[in-house]
Ligand binder design. Structure first.
Ligand code: HSE
Length: 412
């Protein structure tokens, strides 16, 4: 019997406890031993839980219990998860987590401690919920030079955008629904302002490049400025707006990495990934595009990935799984102003003809978009490709129109 502990009994933690108890037979057949939940750490009371006798409020009961070999940290947030994880790894226990904030912020350090201790620190659930993506990148696709990873990495925002696009639902009502369904973060600003997706693209970029990419340095835009008008203009050229985390691995060794809403053609494999589903496209030189699709949020999909990591650690109690990246000083990230893209611009002007001429002077050839019932003072165009710095400069010089929206056009 292998004894494990779970820290946190929220949306994900309760799912892990449920899978470990309801899938006993299946899990036994995977490793030939029973996995027994010895302790569950949570400050709340769960008197009606069938595991009520295993709950503790005292972390030391897990840390100091030599029989507990593997711990699932599903508390979320940095504190106290960071200190607890360090102490557990230093005590030689393996830790698995869905905590993308912790991995994106302290992954290099925690992986280094795990390596020193010959323990495992696994976090498949931290990106894409129930979708296998970290193992495929670090194992199955390892023979490729991956030149880009782009994905819909946040279920809440994808759910909101889908409701706006398909049902014309207002942003706030769609967010409330996502919260009720258990997709959103405790503070949903992390979802709608893009920080959750940023943590996830940083984890993917760190894994694929072998060097830590810190979220603080990454350009991050959310979806709070997206309007139903933008949705309609995108639709007018057979496209949809998705929140995309993107990293391109440039030949000079730099990472062109950001999170931003992107307008992508309906023919893209990412365009029809809707609701809370996530999709991640990995572009390799041998495989070309490989797309991973599934539920990126929610209790059971995420718990499935956490539990699989628990099982993997149980299988490798005396061996390390090779999952590692080194620390970095952020010199590996391309300044965002040097990132190249075409953009969609929605503009407002009392003199549209004059404004259109000025836009053409500044941007050269542009494609004018049109939608039914376009407001009298508004128009929208798609530009050619420039650096973000050049686009900012041109928009700064634009005199005859106000910029209402500026959204990247994705080539995915
Ligand atoms: N809030 C996250 C999302 C949960 O909506 O995708 C899964 O990481």
């Amino acid at each position: 019997m292998i004894q494990v502990a779970i820290m946190g009994h929220g949306v994900v933690g309760s799912g892990v406890a449920k899978i470990l108890t309801t899938h006993k037979k299946k899990l036994y057949s995977a490793i030939g031993e029973e996995v027994y939940i010895k302790k569950i750490l949570d400050l709340r009371e769960f008197p009606d839980s069938p595991l009520a006798d295993r709950f503790t409020k005292d972390f030391d009961e897990i840390l100091n219990d030599v029989e507990i070999r593997v711990v699932a940290e599903v508390m979320g947030g940095i504190h106290p998860a960071y200190d607890y994880t360090k102490l557990l790894l230093k005590a030689g226990k393996s830790v698995v987590t869905s905590n993308k904030e912790l991995v994106a912020t302290h992954g290099a350090e925690l992986l280094a401690i795990a390596k020193e201790q010959n323990a495992n620190y696994l976090f498949e659930a931290s990106v894409g919920g129930g979708i296998p993506i970290l193992r495929p990148i670090s194992q199955c696709l390892v023979a490729n030079n991956v030149h880009e990873i782009a994905g819909i990495l946040n279920g809440t925002t994808n759910f909101i955008l889908t409701k706006m696009i398909d049902d014309g639902m207002e942003f706030d009502s769609a967010l409330k629904l996502a919260q009720q369904l258990g997709f959103a973060e405790r503070n949903p600003a992390a979802d709608v302002e893009g920080h959750d997706a940023c943590r996830k693209i940083c984890i993917l970029a760190s894994l694929a490049s072998g060097r830590h990419v810190y979220p603080d340095n990454i350009h991050t835009e959310g979806i709070t400025e997206i309007t139903l008008s933008d949705v309609k203009y995108a639709s007018s050229f057979n496209s949809v707006i998705k929140l995309i985390g993107d990293v391109k691995f440039l030949e000079n060794g730099k990472l062109d990495i950001f999170v931003a809403p992107m307008i992508i053609n309906r023919k893209s494999q990412l365009a029809n990934i809707d609701n809370e589903f996530n999709g991640i496209m990995v572009r390799g030189d041998c495989t070309d595009d490989v797309v991973f699709y599934g539920k990126g949020a929610g209790s059971m999909p995420t718990a499935s990935a956490v539990t699989a990591d628990v099982i993997d650690c149980c299988k490798h109690l005396k061996a390390r799984k090779y999952l590692f990246w080194a620390d970095s000083n952020n010199e590996n990230v391309l300044p965002y102003d040097e990132s190249r893209t075409a953009v969609y611009l929605r503009l407002s002007s009392p003199d549209k003809d004059k404004a259109k001429d000025e836009v053409r002077e500044l941007f050269g050839e542009t494609t004018l978009l049109s939608v039914p019932n376009e407001p009298e003072s508004e128009f929208a165009v798609v530009t050619g490709e420039f650096t973000v710095g050049e686009i900012k400069e041109k928009l700064g010089a634009l005199k005859s129109a106000d910029v209402l929206s500026c959204i990247r056009i994705g080539n995915l």
